[in-house]
Ligand binder design. Structure first.
Ligand SMILES: [Zn+2]
Length: 630
């Protein structure tokens, strides 16, 4: 990253030159100190990792007809970028990444909460801070929760060896490391493809394309890193003094993330709600897919924050979007969010117990009148519709209880029959075109999708389905819905671009426990290739002094840890560190292991053919699978 190219912008130049022009009183710009032009951040190779360029169209106060008016204003507020003063001794860098970096000035240096998504943006954010506030050393790093946009940039702000030498703590909530790696390991390939729909980062920027992500502008494309925590917050409340700053840590597990905590700074009269309280409705289950979050608990943590800490705070802020200042506004803000999640939970469950299905409840429920016009609880990121479905999923799962849908035909089988029953492709399209004119876009998308699944080469069907989806995108309040609809429309029009598989971050692989690695093999087993096969392969990891036995029976790979060597057809000896390096290969797991054996990096004892047999049964995942067509 080359920082010398950045001219500093401050005050009015930044606000009107690169900023949004949103009302001066808007909290999004309050406390602005300085920024870089377009917040442009490049990697070592000169590649642009992050930029706010391309969003200039949002300077217009009046919404484009192709963007939901509420989302337009949220997108304008998310244009704010640079260093912001939250209160005495607390600063944030915003708009340099999807998430915020919070900087707390201590006695000797600066405490960093959440070093962004990648090393490049984190390094840039710290550089901007230091340009304004002096060369303060980093005296602690805190991860608020286990999502990559809150830890992935840590090597951009901290040198691990230096941290060890100087005893600089890296602090995280209980269970952080397991959750940080596990979310991306088992379901990672599916989630990463679906993330393209949620964030729209492969879409162009523009009034008919990507405008925002609700929580922030976009996602950066840089180097994801991880330094494992050296201290874990284990109790519900822990009070620590770090670099002279008193911090009350409050755990909030199973809320927005499985491992999460928020913070109160008594001396600084400040409350940081991590990711459980920012000015937009969040997801109970994001479109990319995730384990469902618990709305009831989430609401309870906000209630705790409201009663325990808010009365002693002059400002509340989060690791996305902007802060809220002033006692009354803070109390109102937290109470409204608390009630948003409680309302969503309770009303969904009430109707569920009246026998309504998720689809029906989502059609029926609206925000209560008291919240209907409150900007900060609107669904610019999550949405009430999909959050209702997530609550039902949390309690009842995928099945809506009607056996008609217990074993429905898959789209490639039902599609052709729908088309035939509707009188053929031409008849279907003629009626769908009329409905499209009438604005029945949800229905048109559904019905033309049957034809796309019956005949993916049918260009008129693809075009009409794309048109309907695009209109749904233009009307969507949620940025994630908009992104999903618009990417789907693009893929129907232009097909699915082929992208190369990207190796995972070595820092993440290094901390993957052996059981998770063996699960990663197991989920790649192509069952038909394993029919009638029985394998027993021992693994020894000398650096961890761990022994594992991997068994194949009944087309299932299982494993267990053993204390002593056990009988097996073959044994592999490899250090965990070496294994992590091999996994980082873009080759895929099976090929990387085969390569490791060939190169002698993995020592093999016993019957070599058994290991080759196992590797020949393993699948690899393609990153760009089809979503809107068969
Ligand atoms: Zn986040």
């Amino acid at each position: 990253m080359n920082m010398s190219t950045h001219n500093l912008l401050s005050g009015q130049t930044a606000r009107y030159g690169v900023g949004s022009g949103v009302d001066d009183a808007d909290d999004a710009w309050r406390g602005f100190v300085a920024t870089w032009p377009q917040a442009e951040i490049c990697g070592a190779d000169g590649r642009v990792v992050w930029t706010m360029a391309g969003y200039e169209f949002l300077r217009d106060e009046s919404p484009a007809p192709s963007v939901h008016p509420g989302l337009w204003q949220q997108a304008r507020r998310n244009l704010a970028h640079g260093l912001f003063k939250v209160t005495e001794r607390i600063y944030q860098v915003r708009g340099f990444d999807l998430s915020n970096m919070t900087l707390i000035e201590g006695e000797r240096g600066v405490i960093i909460i959440d070093p962004l998504t990648c090393a490049e943006t984190a390094q840039a954010a710290l550089a901007l801070y230091r340009q304004q506030r002096g060369e303060r050393p980093v005296t602690a790093v805190i991860y608020s929760h286990s999502r990559v946009d809150h830890f992935g940039g840590v090597r951009g702000v901290l040198d691990e060896q230096e941290a060890i030498r100087q005893g600089i703590p890296v602090i995280a909530p209980a269970g952080f490391l397991w959750h940080a790696v596990s979310e991306n390991m088992i379901a990672g390939n599916a989630m990463s493809r679906r993330s393209q729909f949620q964030f729209g980062h492969t879409l162009a920027r523009g009034v008919c394309a990507q405008v925002d992500c609700g929580l922030g502008k976009n996602v950066p494309h840089g180097t994801i890193t991880l330094i494992p925590p050296t201290r874990s917050i284990e109790k519900e409340r822990e009070r620590h003094v770090i670099d002279g700053v008193e911090i009350v840590f409050a755990l909030a597990p199973e809320s927005e993330a499985p491992s999460e905590m928020f913070f109160f700074f008594p001396q600084l009269r400040s409350l940081n709600l991590a990711e459980i309280g920012q000015p937009t409705m969040h997801n109970l289950c994001p479109l990319r897919g995730a384990q469902v979050r618990d709305a009831r608990l989430w609401s309870r943590y906000l209630d705790e924050a409201l009663h325990e800490f808010a009365p002693h705070a002059d400002v509340v802020f989060a690791q996305h979007n902007w802060p809220t200042w002033g006692g009354e506004a803070i109390a109102r803000f937290i109470a409204q969010l608390r009630d948003l999640y409680k309302y969503t939970h309770d009303q969904t469950v009430r109707l569920m117990n009246q026998g309504r299905t998720a689809v029906e409840i989502a059609e029926e429920l609206r925000l209560p009148p008291a919240l209907a016009d409150v900007t900060q609880v609107q669904g610019y990121y999550g949405s009430l519709v999909h959050n209702i479905k997530a609550v039902v999923q949390h309690y009842l799962g995928w099945y809506d209880g009607n056996p008609v849908r217990l074993h429905a035909l898959p789209p490639v089988e039902s599609g052709p029959r729908y088309v035939e029953y509707m009188g053929g492709a031409q008849a279907l399209l003629a009626r769908a075109a009329l409905d499209c004119e009438r604005g029945e876009h949800r229905w048109v998308a559904e019905v033309t999708s049957h034809l796309v699944f019956a005949d993916p080469g049918h260009q008129a069907a693809r075009a009409l389905c794309a048109k309907a989806l695009e209109q749904l995108g233009f009307a969507a309040e949620s940025a994630t819905w908009r992104n999903a609809y618009l990417l789907a429309a693009r893929e129907l029009r232009q097909g699915v671009p082929q992208l190369k598989r990207r190796g995972m971050s070595y820092d993440l692989l290094k901390v993957v426990p052996m059981e998770m690695f063996l699960d990663c093999l197991a989920i790649r087993l192509v069952a038909p290739r394993a029919a009638g096969q029985h394998l027993q392969i021992a693994w020894y990891l000398p650096d961890l002094d761990q022994r594992w036995l991997l068994s194949l029976d009944n087309a299932a790979l299982t494993y267990r840890r053993t204390d002593a060597p056990v009988a097996a057809q073959a044994a592999m000896v490899v250090t965990h560190a070496r294994l992590a390096e091999l996994l980082g290969h873009e080759l895929g797991i099976a090929q990387a292991i085969a390569h490791g054996i060939e190169q002698g990096e993995i020592a093999l004892e016993g019957d070599r053919s058994k290991v080759q047999l196992l590797l020949s049964m393993l699948d690899e995942f393609e990153p760009m699978f089809n979503v809107v067509e068969p």
